[in-house]
Ligand binder design. Structure first.
Ligand code: GAP
Length: 498
């Protein structure tokens, strides 16, 4: 059983992530990625970029994270980006009211109004989870962090609560610089900030976090088509439509079938998202699903909203990792109104304000999910079976013993292959300890230099998941590792040894 404490312990021990500024006591909701974490996060983000930005007119931009108050007046965040909060009359703690009611009644209350939540708290005599004190009436809190700008601090800005707004305010500039063509995709992979009332579950609910979001601008008249539709039409999506909620945890439905009630442009990108998780990140199929949200649950800017979820043992079930959002022209039209600058373009012989389909993901939640899903305990050993393309360190190199020139030779091998992969040199402790350390850090390959290396120039290459070992010539190590990572069996790249 993988519980949250196990993941927390492993993350801290190996330096994947841990609370920030710990020497001053923990400020909750802020985390640091340590050396392994930073490497793996970068690989995850790059895989996301390679996969989602592979279309002809799709690009990445990197705007500022502090944005003017006007931006959020236009987007609706000033008014609508709020959470219901409730204060305990005894201990003074603030809680997310919907979460308290949710855990008491064991159902979701996303989208419930403060009045409805107050009524439920009274009806069911729900008390403060911390001290059992009585709770006040439910109020609301805007989740954005305000920033005072300038010497007199008279200019008001906010840390962006979603990267998306950084794209919308740049839409027209980029459209004119780029190909003046739709669909156009603009992505941001960077920080977002929310003053979460109860940051919790480690890096899955933080106050400063990372998003990978892609805004796809398209002509609303073409929402029922996609030029690559034929590639996905018979592809089966794993999904939980609203009408199946009380019966199943998910069903399989072909893109063609779903497109009878959800626009093809939207369904095409659902397929793309699923392929990323199942094929690139190697997530087991039964752990994945899309969940359709009801009108009350949808984000205020969405016309169609399906969350993308993964079933995580340490978090007791399916957890939202991202979403496919049909935001229509909500944002561009909002910016047009408040800035008084037309966001219209001329395309396909007509004037239009494009619609937006957003693919939105939390990088930290994807990261956490990978630790949860690929954690395994074998006898008393922890093995993190991360896919090779995501593992922070691809290969560990060590000498069988730290003497007789084996250490010098191991360092030479390390130097030789370090420009091809992220490699780690280790020489402390027994060979068993070094393998165990590598397994726990998710290193897919270990290379051991021994006395035979001195004689015939071969090394032992060991595969983490099968623990199979082969002898490989030193000059063939990088190509052998690449071949196995691409799917070849280890016994096909070298001479098997027991
Ligand atoms: N632009 C749309 C948007 O921001 P969202 O559902 O509010 O939509 C997108 O956020 C994703 O960002 C979520 O699915 C989640 O993975 C991640 N996310 C949101 N709040 C987070 C938080 N406080 N800490 C970590 N990740 C968060």
């Amino acid at each position: 059983m993988t519980d949250i404490a196990t993941i927390e312990q492993l993350a801290k021990k190996k330096g994947f992530f841990y609370p920030s500024d710990e020497i001053y006591g923990v400020l909750s909701g802020f985390y640091t990625y340590g050396h392994l974490g930073a490497l793996m996060k970068r690989k995850l983000e790059n895989m996301w970029r390679r996969f989602f930005l592979d279309e002809e007119n799709f690009f990445e931009i990197d705007p500022s994270v502090i944005m003017s108050e006007k931006v959020f007046e236009a987007s609706g965040h000033l008014k609508s980006f709020v959470d219901p909060i409730v204060k305990c009359t005894k201990c003074g703690t603030y809680h997310r009211a919907d979460q308290i009611v949710e855990s008491f009644l064991n159902r979701t209350f996303e989208g419930a109004t403060p009045e409805e939540l107050t009524k439920l708290i009274k009806e069911h005599s729900i008390k403060c989870p911390k001290c059992k004190g009585a709770l006040q009436e439910v109020g609301i809190l805007n989740m954005m962090f305000p920033i005072d700008i300038g010497a007199e601090k008279d200019l008001k800005g906010y840390l962006r609560p979603e990267t998306a707004q950084g794209v919308y305010v740049n839409f027209l500039t980029q459209f004119n610089i780029l190909r003046k063509k739709l669909p156009m995709g603009l992505a941001i992979v960077s920080r977002a900030f929310r003053n979460e009332i109860s940051p919790r579950q480690l890096i899955t609910r933080m106050r400063e976090f990372n998003q990978a979001e892609l805004q796809i601008f398209f002509d609303a008249d073409k929402v029922n088509e996609h030029e690559r539709w034929n590639e996905v039409k018979s592809y089966k999506l794993i999904a939980l439509p609203l009408n199946e909620r009380d019966k199943k945890s998910s069903i399989e439905v072909s893109c063609d079938e779903l497109s009878k009630r959800i626009p093809k442009f939207y369904v095409y990108y659902m397929a793309k998202v699923q392929k990323f998780f199942l094929e690139d990140l190697k997530i087991p199929k039964e752990k994945f699903r899309f969940r359709e949200l009801s009108d009350e649950e949808k984000a205020f800017y969405n016309k169609i909203h399906w969350d993308m979820e993964l079933n995580l043992e340490s978090l007791d079930g399916f957890k939202e990792i991202g979403g496919v959002h049909y935001r229509t022209d909500h944002d561009l039209s909002g910016h047009q109104k408040v800035s008084k600058q037309s966001q219209e373009i001329f395309f396909d012989n007509k004037k239009l304000v494009p619609h937006v389909l957003e693919l939105s993901f939390g990088v930290d939640r994807m990261f956490y999910a990978m630790l949860d899903l690929f954690y395994s305990k074998e006898k008393d050993k922890v093995v993190l079976k991360l896919p090779a393309c995501l593992a922070p360190i691809t290969a560990s190199v060590f000498p069988l013993v730290n003497k007789d020139g084996l250490d010098k030779m191991a360092k030479e091998v390390f130097d030789k292959i370090k420009s091809s992969f992220d490699v780690f040199y280790d020489e402390s402790g027994s060979i068993g300890r070094m393998y165990a350390r590598a397994d726990e850090a998710g290193v897919p390959f270990c290379i051991t230099i021994d006395y035979d290396t001195m004689k015939d120039g071969t090394a032992t290459l060991r595969e983490r998941d099968t623990t199979k070992q082969v002898r490989v010539k030193i000059e063939d190590l990088t190509s052998s590792i690449s071949k196995i990572s691409e799917g070849k069996k280890i016994e096909e790249v070298g001479k098997s040894i027991k």
